[in-house]
Ligand binder design. Structure first.
Ligand SMILES: *Cc1c(COP(=O)(O)O)cnc(C)c1O
Length: 348
């Protein structure tokens, strides 16, 4: 048995999603002619309350186009030290856009302290880069960012004249978790979060289970700039309707079911509770972090070999990351738990 918990990017399109892909009407999207791409963009923009949306090959390109659409050379954006847009995207905004990041340390819940944001905003002075943009991420490391914080941080940014971008690669995981907390609707929460921002990037290739694709939402004017930037970045995709149809199917059918992934993450965390040497973070969405401490650290490589031999895949060494998704079920999670328990029961 194989249980791939490395990431929610590893899913295979379902049979129904494949049917939707094959049935998709196609055109040349660089001419704006692909009806399936246009339908997806319109659907997402309406869902999140924006004027326009733009289909992208990856979340990295979507975030890059957003930052470059908001900022000019010599501008800077405020961002978390461990944010994807800063840490995990090859420094693209700096390399390709001459946009300087101003990274800030995270609070334990992933947020940026409002006082830190305010202190990082530079006055208009020839010594400084022009602070133009605040970029947040939700979920961050699987953590739902408290809605009151999202509102306060984006209000602060607006009051200081900054634009606001959300890396919402897992926006719908955040929305489902927030809806569960507040007893509301996941789609409504996605829109409520998105409306705090001037632009939002969403991934279809993560928990939503599409094979490829992300999209950027914003005003018509911002998206017009992003179209040119996407072209420059090589992201004009022609008959991309095959992919857009998968994303569209996922938006209709795979949002509410993210609650199942969240329940499985809790099942995994609960199953691992109480093992000597493991510190399990209680998951808020679909990502479980497990720290190895003390004697368990010395056995980290052996643990990975044991898990590989039992078909269980995760990320990390001393800090393990397990992600639940569409292609994992309770049987798989229980197999992962049993394999890890067996390792620690055998010979210390
Ligand atoms: C996955 C991810 C992205 C985009 O990644 P791509 O692999 O380029 O699609 C952006 N931000 C976050 C937080 C992510 O998890």
């Amino acid at each position: 048995m194989t249980v791939d918990l490395r990431s929610d990017t590893v899913t295979q399109p379902t049979p129904a999603m494949r049917d939707a892909m094959f049935a998709a009407p196609l055109g040349d999207d660089v001419y704006g002619d692909d009806p399936s791409v246009n339908a997806l963009q319109d659907k997402l923009a309406a869902l999140l309350g924006f004027e326009a949306a733009l289909f992208m090959p990856t979340g990295t390109q979507s975030n890059l186009c957003a930052i470059l659409a908001h900022c000019q050379r010599g501008d800077e954006y405020i961002v978390g030290q461990m944010a994807h847009t800063y840490r995990w995207e090859g420094g693209g905004a700096a390399v390709l856009g001459s946009v300087q990041p101003q990274p800030l340390n995270h609070q334990p819940d992933g947020s940026l302290a409002l006082a830190d944001i305010e202190a990082a905003i530079k006055p208009d002075d020839a010594h400084f880069a022009r602070t133009r943009l605040l970029a947040l991420e939700n979920t961050w490391g699987g953590k739902l960012q408290p809605f009151s914080y999202v509102q306060a941080a984006t209000d602060l940014a607006r009051s200081k004249g900054l634009a606001r971008h959300l890396d919402g690669a897992r926006l719908f995981n955040a929305a489902v978790a927030q809806a569960a907390e507040r007893g509301t609707d996941a789609y409504a929460e996605a829109k409520a979060i998105a409306q705090c921002f001037d632009s939002v990037s969403v991934c279809f290739s993560k928990g939503l289970g599409a094979p490829v694709g992300s999209a950027l939402c914003g005003s018509k004017e911002l998206i017009a700039r992003a179209v040119r930037l996407r072209k420059m970045a090589g992201g004009g995709m022609r008959q991309a309707g095959f992919l857009a149809a998968a994303a569209s199917y996922a938006l209709d059918h795979h949002v509410r079911r993210l609650a199942d992934d969240h329940a499985l993450a809790r099942r995994l965390a609960d199953g691992l509770a109480g093992i000597d040497g493991l510190v399990v973070e209680a998951p808020q969405t679909n990502i479980v972090f497990v720290d190895l401490e003390g004697a368990a650290r010395a056995r980290a490589n052996d643990l990975l070999a044991h898990l590989a031999a039992h078909g269980v895949r995760g990320n990390g060494l001393y800090r393990l990351r397990f992600v639940t998704h569409l292609d994992v079920d309770a049987v798989g999670v229980d197999h992962a738990v049993a394999s890890i328990r067996q390792f620690f029961a055998n010979a210390a």
